[in-house]
Design a protein around this ligand. Structure first.
Ligand SMILES: *Cc1c(COP(=O)(O)O)cnc(C)c1O
Length: 823
């Protein structure tokens, strides 16, 4: 078998990557591609020039990689995801390719500066939160580990909205990330596929068998944009292919030759809206026709492209499961099961049974949530109208599936009703999770607890039917971004002590453990944290005009704003501390800065209220001259770039979701890896983080998932907790009575009423233990050496949470591939 090195050596003249060659390329790109005079070029001009110089080198390597994978007939993995939360590309590319240093020097010699120009790049924010960031980490890992992995998704014109804060409230601004052009993408106007919606079916018989033609309706063209993704420290470059919707009329010579010209242009615009905007919802299903069209649009183009490549390489369709693995990132692309069946049965005329075996052999599905509001269902009537052939195929899949169920559970009609892909109980709905499970050979949860709960509850019937289909694969994060790039000083300190193998083998960090007893290393670790806190403080000063002291404990909760993540619990603790200061009972309290960041879905009224409350509380607490202990900061527009600045500066990581609601979490991993101690519930991956770092090195509080379920069964009465705890009562009363919103005293009536009567995430039930856990935090923080030891142990013991471990588990247990042989 060939290796990537061998393919590279065949190339006569690859572009050199030393400082002088880069300098030459950058200058050349500035003048000839960007069209600017070096004497008057702006930071953005330089950004584009460097990006072009880098991408030339990336695309060369992409070609070698493709050549190798084509020649060697490797099995390919296709990751289908509606979201990729990538962030900025330049520094990541430079570091992965290994020419960060020469590029810095080249720019210095050209009279500019990398640190300034990188700030001009906009984040590629084609995702909401954890799910989209996981997809981006997986791409980095597949490329870095030389796995033949392809990402497929949507090239949204407008990604995640930009969050502003005005008078304490969230305002949403469109994210026009392509406005200045995007040097990282290669448009492929020749890579186009038609995607059909609506229309009707025509039935005819062939050799006695019914065949269906899907006719008429509306056709949209999916056009490919390629984003090559370089691996770290190797010459491998994989591809992320994102689809943009184009009107079929663009490809039609008669476009302007018909009568109703204005209508024709209107139709063009309407079909191109499909890829216009990312739905900004996290952990809730959307249920809108345009969203269904987005899902089918990118799935159809991707499946057509995958099948085309497979056939083009000379393989038969029967070989699909041998050569192709397709991972469904949540149910958003689950319609792919019906789409592949449609291609195999209608287009390629395979018998149903054979097509079904191929389909199941190819697909696997990652579940991301247990929360009912997040489970995707589509009304049968809508599906029938938008995708008539798929609806019919889903009925057929369901028919065969339910026969199998009846065979396995004779006489049990209830299980048939529960397992059916069609939910008959609330109007008729297609359950996309059921379609995904039935159409896949493997289904995984994203943390041990999450998979356990899937087996016990949401997918219990499926688990009884097919126990071996379910596996747990705990999420991870890429150490290249979240440690090496985001925290360069800590990375350098680590590398000085154990070498740099940890970037590709994060378990190496355990070799830092003995250093915990080395006063000099501890001092170095402390200095790094201190500098990172000073850096964050400077940015807060610069952008928000607020002075925060790096001496204070930086207590950080950064994630989407959602009731289940319980930012409200954190706010109640802040108010409690503030009251203790006001009462003169805060001698034991260490000075704290409580930092929040996160976006609320624009239609999620209560989440937006929570943002407003945080800012109202901040306003009162920060401006009380008698308060020398508490500060509250809400950092606007949480995205990957903001995360990369906040995380290295955090002392304490808030992971306080109601047990049983957070599937895994990955923010928890980033923070612990960077030496923040976690205060958290036994939820998601927190449980595994506790096992890894040791229970003495984490602050666990509150009910576990069983206790939450038990309390729910027994009948939860939040009022009892309100009545029983004076400090809690006082904090809630202050919010309700307008202490933090004197201009509008009734502002939080409804919010507090909801907490006292419903509180479905049991904030009040966990309050007391949470406050106790924070007292333990304070006690430990007063002993800086003890704190430091635990922080270092967190970093040293987080190796398991590398995305490379996650991806290798998928490769072995789900995809059936291994990189051995061609690396
Ligand atoms: C990691 C990350 C998330 C996920 O955070 P959780 O705390 O796991 O919810 C969301 N958004 C961004 C920008 C991230 O980097």
């Amino acid at each position: 078998m060939k290796t990537l090195e061998m393919v590279h050596e065949q190339d006569p003249q690859p572009l050199p990557c030393d400082k002088d060659a880069l300098k030459e390329s950058i200058r050349d790109a500035l003048i000839h591609a960007v069209g600017k005079d070096p004497r008057s070029a702006t930071h953005r001009d330089w950004l584009h020039a460097v990006s072009y110089a880098v991408r030339e080198r990336i695309i060369e390597r992409r070609m070698y990689t493709k050549r190798l994978f084509d020649q060697e007939q490797v099995k390919r993995v296709y990751y289908l995801s509606m979201e990729y939360l990538i962030g900025r590309m330049l520094v990541n590319s430079l570091m992965n390719l290994g020419f960060y240093e020469p590029c810095c020097e080249a720019l210095e010699e050209l009279g500019t500066n990398l640190h300034e120009i990188v700030e001009m790049e906009s984040d590629a924010a084609l995702g909401n939160g954890g799910l989209g960031r996981l997809a981006a980490c997986i791409l980095d890992s597949m490329a870095s580990q030389c796995l033949p992995g392809y990402g497929y998704g949507i090239r949204y014109e407008f990604g995640m909205f930009h969050q502003g804060i005005e008078h304490g409230e969230q305002v949403e601004h469109p994210d026009n990330w392509l406005r200045y052009g995007n040097p990282w993408e290669f448009p492929r106007p020749e890579k186009i596929y038609p995607v059909r919606f609506y229309g009707y079916l025509v039935e005819h018989r062939e050799r006695g068998e019914p065949r269906y033609h899907w006719e008429d309706g509306e056709e949209v063209i999916a056009m490919a944009y390629d984003f090559p993704t370089p691996g770290y420290g190797n010459k491998n470059v994989n591809n992320l292919r994102l689809w943009a919707a184009k009107a079929t009329r663009d490809f039609d010579l008669d476009y302007f030759n018909e009568g109703d010209y204005i209508r024709a242009v209107q139709e063009k615009i309407e079909s191109e809206t499909i890829s216009m905007v990312l739905y900004p919802n996290d952990a809730t299903a959307i249920g809108r026709e345009l969203r269904l069209k987005q899902e089918y649009f990118f799935v159809s183009a991707s499946i057509q492209d995958i099948v085309f490549r497979h056939l083009d390489l000379g393989h038969g369709l029967d070989k699909l499961p041998e050569m192709v693995a397709i991972q469904l990132n949540d149910t958003h692309p689950a319609i792919a099961v019906a789409e592949l069946m449609r291609l195999l049965v209608d287009t390629h005329e395979l018998p149903w049974r054979q097509a079904w075996a191929i389909t199941q052999g190819v697909f696997s599905y990652t579940n991301h949530t247990l929360m009912p509001e997040a489970l995707e269902t589509w009304p049968v009537a809508l599906m029938e109208r938008v995708l008539p052939r798929h609806m019919q195929i889903i009925y057929d899949i369901n028919f065969h599936f339910l026969n199998e169920v009846r065979h396995n559970f004779p006489g049990d009609n209830d299980i048939v009703r529960r397992l059916s892909i069609i939910d008959e109980s609330q109007g008729r709905q297609v359950r996309m999770a059921h379609l995904a499970v039935v159409g896949s050979h493997m289904v995984n949860g994203v943390a041990a607890l999450h998979t356990d709960l899937l087996k016990k509850h949401l997918f219990n019937d499926f688990y009884r039917l097919w126990p071996s289909r379910f596996v747990s694969i705990t999420n991870g994060i890429t150490p290249r971004l979240w440690l090496n790039q985001a925290n360069p000083d800590l990375a350098a300190l680590i590398t000085r002590h154990i070498g740099d193998d940890w970037t590709m083998d994060l378990s190496q960090l355990q070799r830092l453990e003995p250093q915990v007893n080395d006063a000099q290393f501890r001092e170095g670790f402390a200095q790094v944290k201190r500098r990172n806190k000073e850096h964050l403080a400077a940015l807060v000063k610069q952008h928000m005009g607020i002075t925060i002291s790096p001496d204070a404990l930086f207590d950080v909760q950064i994630k989407r704003i959602h009731e289940y993540k319980r930012q409200l619990l954190n706010v109640l603790h802040v108010i409690t501390c503030y009251n203790r200061v006001r009462d003169g009972r805060a001698k034991e309290q260490v000075p704290r800065v409580t930092l929040f960041a996160g976006k609320a879905a624009p239609s999620y009224v209560r989440a937006k209220q929570i943002i407003r409350l945080i800012n109202d509380v901040a306003d009162v607490v920060n401006h009380d001259p008698a308060n020398d202990k508490q500060q509250v900061i809400f950092i606007p527009n949480y995205d990957v770039s903001t995360a990369a600045v906040i995380i290295p500066a955090a002392d304490l990581s808030e992971q306080i979701s109601t047990a049983g609601t957070e599937a895994s979490g990955t923010g928890n991993m980033k923070l612990a890896l960077n030496g923040a101690l976690t205060i958290g519930t036994l939820d998601g991956a927190n449980i595994e983080i506790r096992e890894a770092v040791g229970e003495d090195n984490i602050f666990i509080f509150g009910m576990n998932a069983d206790a939450v379920a038990q309390l729910k069964r027994d009948g939860y009465r939040p009022w009892d907790f309100y009545a029983a705890n004076e400090e809690l009562r006082r904090a809630l009363d202050m919010i309700r009575d307008g202490f933090f919103s004197p201009q509008e005293p009734g502002r939080y009536h409804d919010l507090i009423h909801h907490l006292l009567t419903e509180d479905q995430y049991m904030v009040l039930a966990d309050y007391e233990d949470y406050v106790r856990a924070h007292e333990a935090v304070d006690a430990l923080y007063r002993n800086q050496e003890a704190w430091l030891r635990k922080a270092m142990l967190n970093t040293a013991r987080m190796g398991y949470f590398s995305i490379d471990r996650t991806v290798m588990q998928y490769a072995r247990e789900v995809w059936g591939i291994s990189p051995e042989g061609w690396v």
